[in-house]
Design a protein around this ligand. Sequence first.
Ligand code: GLC
Ligand code: MG
Length: 466
Amino acid sequence: MPSLTLRFSFSGFPRSRCCSTPTPKLSSFTSFQTEVNFRSIMDRLTSAARLMIVSDLDHTMVDHHDPENLSLLRFNALWEANYRENSLLVFSTGRSPTLYKELRKEKPMLTPDITIMSVGTEITYGNSMEPDDGWEAFLNDKWDRKIVTEETSKFPELTLQSETEQRPHKVSFYVQKDKAQDITGTLSKRLEERGLDVKIIYSGGMDLDILPQGAGKGQALAYLLKKLKSEGKLPNNTLACGDSGNDAELFSIPDVYGVMVANAQEELLQWRAANAKDSPKVIHATERCAAGIIQAIGHFNLGPNTSPRDVTDMSDCKMENFVPAYEVVKFYLFFEKWRRGEIENSDLHLSNLKAVCRPSGTFVHPSGVEKYLEDCINTLRTCHGDKQGKQFRIWVDLVLPTQVGSDSWLVSFKKWELCGEERQCCITTVLLSSKNVTVADGLTWTHVHQTWLQGAAASDSATWFF
Ligand code: GLC
Ligand code: MG
């Protein structure tokens, strides 16, 4: 496909304009609730984020050709162990909130700090996804979706996408590759004649989105960067990740690193050839999807780039400092491998585990039963290899440590288990301390407490160990 997205989505969006494009006054429309959610993200960061990852989902963070979701799980472990506490995860997707939530149910995805949906027309904060009303109000400029609907109805080649994908600032169609360029040109002129200023984006060789000129993934990112800067928390590094036409804009925002994953679409690679060919800040990874993101973290030297999932002997990986989040990730990876029968059923593993538990340490099972941690470790014998040959995965999300004493941390997180089609989750808190221990890496699990996440409890709670 020739430079379709270029001509139309970027003719009104030259590089230099990206950040000088008028963005709304940051607080003018922002509701109280949006402010609260944005604030809680800001409060978590004691200083500027070490890294902000802004990633597309379909075929970038999520590999639809990998039923095991391995690269996504590798990324998850890396993020939670090394970045979650002091960095920002932003998902930027073409999907509407409805389809985004469906994807989250289907795939082992982390919870992002910020979610940008509907091709940069909707921005929400936190787990509760509070919308940024200021951003949406700004998009009304020279936009009238009724006129867009009227004009597009004159093109029989355009097939309207599902109702869920039609949003206040996004009208979306399917169109054949060979017709897309002509239609985009004509439509663009007609809408201009009717007083609108729109951006038409072609993605994935089939999707055609019509948005207000000020919208799009790039503009939404520029807006966020501006908002963070006004808080004095401009991220130290930002990495944009994408695979298709609607991601192109992400790669023209100044001072942002970019990775086009190995499996990037033709239209995005053509955009790169025309616009960012010699830019050392944008790479075309050799790895697919989330593995390409990990590759880019390494390539640009943005921080740790070895996923704990890729470390075969976890007892080997001693950190320079005691990192509570890393300990949690490491334990659950051990537990997954134990149940998949990928590590040897030896007493040595169990005694190593016991060595890092306080003898009187307790575990409150989500059913409400309280046990000694040591007893729980003894029962692990019964589940070694019980998930062998099955699709069984464990991942942790939102691993957030709080230092509660000079040498103790309360780590809270969501612990997910996937077995076949079934998914279970416990909100978990762990009290870790580094006091009075003899083990070389110096930590003790003192207390573990779990509560079922609403709607994600196991039907048989006896199959839930930790
Ligand atoms: C997602 C959206 C769709 C959009 C496409 C490209 O698939 O669901 O509406 O056209 O992304 O942006
Ligand atoms: Mg994509």
